[in-house]
Design a protein around this ligand. Structure first.
Ligand code: HEM
Length: 351
């Protein structure tokens, strides 16, 4: 059901591209794909998190996005203690967005509860409501409160939307600049899926697509830093860390380390993942894009399934190359993204 939702959202984006191309005499278009992917991944997460309530769900998420942008802009300001409580123009805007976010989310939850007969649906919201209503009913111990459900929705959107859209963008970038790999993937996708909309079984057979996505995560990991705080005094290699010290783990540096990945660490070479993720480098956990251990990304399978669906559907229908208007300037703006977007030239395969 999840793959179907992902494919349907992708189909609607692709139809938009096809309509656009049909209007052009040259039968090709230049598009900036990063924005398209941000919309697409928001659409997909709204459908899978909120199911039938996805239109209101999108409203919730676009409010959150506005809030996120304002918060990020204010992080760059000098932080004065207590300033966040003053009724400045920015703070008032943030409070009003927060209120709108909460009231729309509550509306969705109440509507869902009112229309249910003890069944809340098999989307993320339905599963959380189910847990909220049944688990720990007797002692209230493990029940999720409404505020916690709303917070979970926020986390899922924040953690799962931009990260995946940037994985898609960088994949399009690397396939545009490595046409041989674009063609290899097309052969694989057409062999396993033909021109049909891919289903879950077909997607598991796309080994080369999987290898390419892992190599994209290595070279352009959407999350660039992991932060950890020492819970006790400890030794890390030869360094003594005091309890409470925060350390930042720079993923891009570790992912291009020649000692770990070999002399071609700087190059795009998906074949390094030919024998599986754990054999690609000297250490089995060298790829840190989804983190590891107790805080590992819980959405990694979702993200990989989504990325495979989208890339397979694009590659089935179009060939693409980098536009001369593209300027390569990756920037870390919470997640790693092309500063001026990614402009590509898109052509339907028949031509
Ligand atoms: C390419 C896409 C994605 C990347 C690169 C990514 C990366 C990460 C990383 C690095 C962390 C751990 C942060 C840390 O250890 O400090 C994380 C956590 C998390 N991710 Fe993802 N993520 C992606 C997609 C998703 C998706 C699609 C979802 C949800 C549908 C999701 C949900 C979460 C959640 C809820 C956490 C917090 C887990 C916890 O702290 O227990 N992520 N992600």
């Amino acid at each position: 059901m999840m793959t179907r939702s992902m494919a349907e959202c992708t189909k609607s984006m692709i139809e938009g591209w096809e309509n656009h191309i049909a209007k052009e005499k040259s039968k090709q278009i230049e598009i900036e794909v990063n924005n398209h992917f941000e919309e697409l991944t928001a659409d997909i997460i709204s459908h899978t998190a909120f199911g039938s309530s996805y239109i209101k769900g999108k409203e919730v998420f676009s409010t959150q996005k506005e809030l996120q942008n304002l918060t990020f802009a204010s992080i760059l300001n000098v932080q004065i203690p207590g300033f966040q409580y003053l009724p400045t123009k920015n703070n008032r805007k943030m409070w009003s967005l927060e209120k709108k976010f909460k009231s729309t989310a509550m509306q969705i939850i109440h509507e869902r509860m009112a229309s249910s007969n003890g069944e809340y649906g098999n989307d993320l919201l339905g599963l959380m409501l189910e847990t909220c209503m049944t688990v720990g009913k007797e002692n209230n111990k493990n029940r999720l409160s409404m505020d916690e459900i709303i917070d979970e929705c926020k986390t899922f959107f924040f953690a799962g939307h931009e990260t995946t859209s940037h994985l898609l963008t960088w994949t399009m970038f690397l396939l545009s600049t490595n046409q041989d790999w674009q063609e290899k993937l097309r052969v694989e996708v057409l062999r396993e899926c033909g021109t049909e909309i891919p289903n879950a079984d077909m997607l598991t057979k796309l080994k080369l697509v999987n290898m390419v996505l892992l190599e994209v995560l290595r070279l352009y990991s959407p999350v660039t830093y992991l932060f950890r705080k020492a819970s006790q005094d400890m030794k890390l290699g030869s360094i003594n860390l005091l309890k409470g010290t925060t350390i930042g783990i720079p993923i891009p540096i570790l992912h291009r380390d020649k000692e770990m990945w070999g002399p071609d660490a700087e190059n795009f070479n998906p074949l390094r993942f030919e024998n599986g993720l754990s054999k690609a480098a000297k250490h089995p956990n060298a790829l840190l894009s989804f983190s590891m251990g107790p805080r590992v990304c819980i959405g990694q399978n979702f993200a990989m399934l989504e990325a495979k669906t989208v890339i397979a559907m694009i590659i089935q229908r179009f060939s693409f190359s980098i536009s001369p208007n593209y300027v390569h300037k990756p920037i870390d703006f919470l997640t790693l993204q092309p500063m001026h977007g990614l402009q590509i030239i898109l052509k339907p395969l028949e031509s």
